[in-house]
Write a protein that binds this ligand. Structure first.
Ligand code: 6PG
Length: 470
């Protein structure tokens, strides 16, 4: 059997497209799938690329098709199936072989697997891959975690298959063990927030202003030519312009309003809270998907709960205000995501390069947008408070545009439209504008009922108590 340069297990949509991408870049790939009939089907449909694909009916055959040190990409469902695949492969591997999990893994699992495989003499890479089916086939953004010397052995393949931004590959080794999967998870969290904010603006235009999906599509299409330029704005325009061939109705109107989620958004929020952070816009977006799933409750709520009288719908919003509001909120969502990356980097001693992370998100991934180049520049420059919102360019952007976000939040509230992510973005912004907040009262309450102690503004040290008994 001809030797391949790399192996790949899992010929689902992402795995199959990744294998074709690798083959097209000139690297022969040995492919295996648990349901073996999928292997012949896949190679049979690969056209000219079939010449660069080697069928491996078993894990043993896959190992035999590769020269040690082998590199094998695992692209199966996250969780148990990854462990099962590793267990099936292990007996056929040699020490030093490299397993690469390219799925949306929980980074805690990646850390565990990396440690276990290292103990057993193998190498493990956790590789976040973003860009959906199209990205996997023609150029995803790739976030790598693992030992640098393991990555060095596959870097040529990874860089060849990755999306390019001005000819530079959108792929990078970001840190050890779970760093790549953590960055991918936060990418998805930002993806959730961005999608939710877009949906909120859509809801406001549709329900408060009575605009049609086609009109809103045209607006997103226009915005996609300006500072909101992004893959998500682009596809929103396309989605809203689509018509259901069966009924002739706007496609968006025949889709049930109950959003799915596979876990990465939720993990972002869980990890943020574990790190003592709050990525509130992401949290709002994850929560909004959960609320969307409570369809029965909402149907009953629609009958029994009242909203505001429509006589005061709040400030009138120009289209330009909506654009500026969305831009401000998007910046805040990115800022929260990057703050979380910084906190994790510190906690796990990963030394994440945030500028490089922004750079590899400029093409290929779902959250690619015009902002990311500016974000990379901001991380390479002066960053007061280590926060993106205080980088000179973004502080200026927010100072110029947050007023529109405020008007949007006011209008949505007064017209009874839910905007959990936009509202949380504004509250984050307003919180960070206050050098002195309201937590003194929280501290006093804690001390009152639990003698937890507080710090004073006029004296050093902790453990002061209030005169509550007086
Ligand atoms: C990507 C996407 C991809 C997937 C999401 C969807 O970067 O290519 O994020 O990984 O589409 O995980 O997640 P939900 O099903 O949870 O929305």
């Amino acid at each position: 059997m001809a030797k391949a340069r790399i192996g790949l297990i899992g010929l689902g949509v992402m795995g199959a497209n990744l294998a074709l991408n690798i083959a097209e870049r000139g690297f022969p790939v040995a492919v295996h799938n648990r349901t073996t009939s999928a292997i012949a089907d896949f190679i049979g449909a690969a056209g000219d690329l079939a010449a660069s694909l080697v069928a491996a009916e078993t894990p043993a055959a896959l190992a035999a098709a590769l020269t040690p040190p082998r590199a094998i990409i695992i692209m199966v469902k996250a969780g148990g199936p990854v462990d099962a695949t590793i267990d099936a492969l292990k007996p056929h591997l040699d020490l030093g072989d490299i397993l690469i999990d390219a799925g949306n893994a929980d980074f805690n699992d990646t850390r565990r697997r990396e440690a276990q495989l290292k103990d057993a003499g193998f190498r493990f890479i956790g590789m976040g891959v973003s860009g959906g089916e199209e990205g996997a086939r023609h150029g995803p953004s790739i976030m790598v975690g693992g030992a640098p010397e393991a990555y060095a052995e596959i870097a040529d393949i990874v860089e060849a298959i990755a999306a390019k931004y001005q000819d530079a590959p959108c792929a990078a080794h970001l840190g050890p063990d779970g760093a790549g999967h953590f960055v991918k998870t936060v990418h998805n969290g930002i993806e959730y927030a961005d999608m939710q904010m877009i949906a909120e603006v859509y809801g406001l235009l549709r329900n408060a202003d009575g605009r049609s999906p086609a009109q809103i599509a045209a607006l997103f299409d226009e915005w996609n030519g300006g500072p909101l330029q992004s893959y998500l704005a682009e596809i929103t325009a396309k989605v809203l312009a689509a018509t259901d061939p069966d009924t002739g109705r706007p496609m968006v109107d025949v889709i049930l309003d109950r959003a799915g989620q596979k876990g990465t958004g939720r993990w972002t929020v869980i990890e943020a809270l574990k790190l003592g952070q709050s990525a509130s816009t992401i949290e709002a977006a994850v929560g909004a998907r959960s609320w969307s799933a409570a369809k029965d409750l909402r149907e009953t709520g629609a009958e029994r709960l009242t909203g505001p009288k429509t006589s005061d719908p709040g400030p009138v919003l120009l289209d330009a205000d909506l654009e500026r509001a969305l831009l401000s909120a998007r910046v805040i969502a990115y800022a929260q995501g990057f703050s979380l990356l910084a906190a994790a980097s510190e906690d796990f001693a990963w030394d994440l390069d945030l500028a490089r992370t922004a750079e590899i998100w400029r093409a290929g991934c779902i959250i690619r947008s015009a902002l990311l180049d500016d974000i990379a520049t901001a991380f390479r420059g002066e960053l007061p408070g280590d926060s993106l919102i205080l980088a000179p360019a973004f502080a200026r952007l927010l100072n110029d545009n947050a007023g529109a976000l405020r008007r949007l939040v006011a209008r949505a509230s007064l017209s009874g439209q839910p905007i959990p992510a936009m509202a949380s973005a504004l509250s984050y912004y307003d919180t960070m504008r206050h050098a002195r907040g309201t937590a003194a009262l929280i501290q006093a309450q804690r001390d009152f009922f639990g003698a937890h102690g507080f710090e004073r503004v006029d004296t050093d040290g902790e453990g002061h108590h209030g005169p509550w008994g007086l």
